[in-house]
Ligand binder design. Sequence first.
Ligand code: WTA
Length: 649
Amino acid sequence: MKAYLTLNYQKHKNSKHMSHKIQTLSGYIHEYQKSVLQPEEFWGRVAESFHWKKPWSKVLKWDFDGPDVNWFVDGKMNITENILDRHLFIMGDRPAIIWEPNEPGDEVVTLTYRELYHQVCQFANALKAQGVQKGDRVIIYMPMVPEAAVAMLACARIGAVHSVVFAGFSSTAVADRINDCEAKMVLTSDGNYRGAKSIGVKSVVDEALEKSTSVEKVIVFKRTGTEVTMKEGRDIWWDDAIKGQPLDCPAEEMDAEDMLFILYTSGSTGKPKGVVHTCGGYMVYTYYSFVNVFQYNVGDVYWCTADVGWITGHSYIVYGPLLAGATTLMFEGVPTYPHVGRFWEVIDKHKVNQFYTAPTAIRALQAYGLEPLEPYKMDTLKVIGSVGEPINEEAWHWYHDHVGKGNCPLVDTWWQTETGGIMIAPIAGVTPNKPAHASLPLPGVQPIIVDTEGKELHGNNVEGNLCIKFPWPGMIRTTYGDHDRCKQTYFSTYKGLYFTGDGAKRDHDGYLRILGRVDDVINVSGHRMGTAEVENAINEHPKVIESAVVGYPHDVKGQGIYAYVICDMEGRSEESLKNEIRETVSKIIGPIAKPDKVQIVPGLPKTRSGKIMRRILRKVASGEADQLGDTSTLLNPEVVEAIVKGASK
Ligand code: WTA
């Protein structure tokens, strides 16, 4: 073994490895102050606990106007050495990944750190053998199986850039992403189990590849045994690809600012953009936020129910936990299959200590009452967490009282694809809980609330737009292939600030509460949708003339999608047209983007300059048609009445 492993072993023995963990409220305050007064020293100290092939020359160089943000300048490393090699000595036989399959009776798979190391190395060698080189982009379109994590880490091992696409997205969405990043390879599966359903996956990739030219090879993992077509010379089975490949693979030397991955996410305009994260800062930030927010202790079993297709899966199923040497549970199925107590059953079965899920799942399960919880003790739980959307007080209390049994700190974690890791959240057991409040920033995070002019609102009891005024290691570096878009979207609204797109309130205690998006992004079941993206999909239907999409409050999903559509009705009934429109969106983006409500309208309310008045549409969709305000300045005030009359209940 190499010398550095021994070195890090010593660090473990002296338990310095976990010394970045905050344990008291005064400790938090102290760390926070340090992180603001001496950010370079603060993050440099966290970064020191990792293995670097070459140390950095400067911790931080930045300019938000560029934006040009560099952490751990000139530092060389490989994130997988810090996940795998570093943990072999003392953690080699500890479980890294526990996999709970879709069917409760099917065999659980446990991969120790040593097994994960060998699988990653072997698959990394397979990627190289198939022509993937440092810097190449690889699309991962796979179900929730350990091989999805192996695939991500294998890319990172050889310096290839992964871009995971949620396996529920359509072939068009996959093709758009392949084309945007000019991917050389796609990693996929034959099919995918989701609850009672088995879904074709490879067939979606085949369709996507008809619309793209950059992909040279496709590696297919066999999961369901569904019949698939394998294209000669292009497609190869996973098992054949790894056959005979060595179980060790040198880790590519990466610059701290080399790209680690691209993850596409929706914004208020245009197509989803590729958010770029880089190796060094992301490593330091996901590790630090994971151990602190969840107060993870060696030996705990941690479970995040997200999908690896989203940022939560990247940072808090794969990278953060594995960097901390944790045991991370991966669940293939859905919360309601084969029964609505499945989450609680899995918690007991695997003795889960930290459980991290989304408010939408809580609200959906809350609707079944307490009976499904009764057979389960869930007494191993120490911390419960929430992510992806604002958690309403009712759901917060239900989660806290019935899942956490009133004695687990509930961490409501606010962050974004762009922030890479958790930004504002309680530190479990340290920060006093307050229902529905993300509470306080993590050390190193400097949030401010500004008014519409960008003026900082100081003090408590203020409400406005949430910005961050200083860089943090896990932040977005660029949007792939279009740096100006990154600048325009995040760094131009308010000069010198990163603008989150969220509204926030600082209450009388100084606690932050996130109020939701202030832009044209809708958050449906914790999934981000751009209204423009959904409108573009609707407009693909040949009978559609124009459309406008808004969000409205939805009991389970948080927000639902409401589409107002002007159509050419000839030869169609209203009902069939509505269904066709919903199907069109499902086909172009994926079932998650299907509008919940479609209203056929004679026109859309517009200003004299031709801009759609979304404010009015939002009010009608929310059932607040009595609060429309003045509509007389509209170009076409008469359509408002028709819209109100025909509104979908
Ligand atoms: C919303 C998910 C309130 C927010 C990690 C943000 C939240 C968007 C919370 C990012 C929370 C996420 N409370 N709102 N705890 N967490 N959001 O990129 O609007 O999928 O801007 O990242 O989700 O969604 P994304």
